[in-house]
Design a protein around this ligand. Structure first.
Ligand code: FMN
Length: 211
């Protein structure tokens, strides 16, 4: 198998030296944390976060990272809850619209023409057009820091999914249809995305895992 000897190397603290930062093109495509939340004043918020992932099975824990103090972080701090909504290909434009920099208190559901459906266990609206919702209670808000211990203006918000809702048609023979759900992922650069389709699937079993 080919090995790579001609390497472009850089130390991120000194800059990457390329026209576009390769960082999030390489760690990618990334799932999109489409996060709805509510502030202490009752205002509703919706925004996408691709520094997002699932970190644990039981209990299910998801997290997103706010790379400055943004409204979703503020709301998570204020009310301790948020909803993760699955972003799909048919909702891509609306998802993108909800990333617009707007003043605190602006309801991005309304700005993007999306329908609010109140969650069952927490007082946060879900995106009714999205086929999957995780109702989350905040477990940790962790400020990121450099290796020398100095603070960074980024916060990782972790939440336990206390309730999960799945559009029933996406449960096929008892299995969630990842490749039929139209899931979209964020690539790098200013505009790249990937859509998960059945052709992109391949299967592999873990060594020693039961078949
Ligand atoms: C696909 C996508 C992914 C994004 N990922 C992040 C992210 O991981 N962290 C972040 O701070 N901003 C991210 N942004 C930008 C935020 O969505 C944007 O700053 C938004 O206005 C934040 O909204 P809020 O202040 O209402 O929470 C992303 C934008 C898009 C379109």
């Amino acid at each position: 198998m080919r090995q790579h000897d001609d390497l472009y190397s850089y130390e991120p603290a000194k800059g990457h030296g390329l026209p576009h930062d390769p960082l999030n093109s390489m760690v990618g495509p990334r799932p999109i944390g489409w996060i709805s939340s509510r502030g202490r004043d009752g205002s509703v918020n919706l925004a996408p976060y691709s520094f997002f992932n699932l970190f644990n099975y039981r209990p299910p824990i998801v997290g997103f990272c706010s790379t400055s103090a943004k409204d979703s972080l503020r709301n998570a701090q204020e009310t301790g809850v948020f909803v993760w909504n699955l972003a799909t290909r048919d909702l891509a434009e609306q998802m993108n619209a909800t990333s617009a920099p707007v003043p605190y208190g602006t309801n991005e559901f309304e700005a993007a023409g999306l329908t609010q459906r109140l969650a069952v266990h927490i007082d946060v609206p879900r995106v009714a057009e999205s086929p999957v919702h995780f109702e989350c209670r905040v477990t940790d808000i962790h400020r990121l820091r450099r290796h020398d211990g100095t603070d960074v203006d980024s916060w990782l918000v972790m939440g336990e999914a206390v309730a999960i809702h799945i559009a029933r048609h996406l449960i096929v023979d008892g299995v969630f249809d990842t490749f039929g759900a139209g899931i979209i992922l964020r690539g790098g650069g200013p505009s790249a995305y990937a859509a998960i389709t059945p052709e992109t699937r391949f299967d592999m079993n873990r060594p020693g895992a039961p078949r």
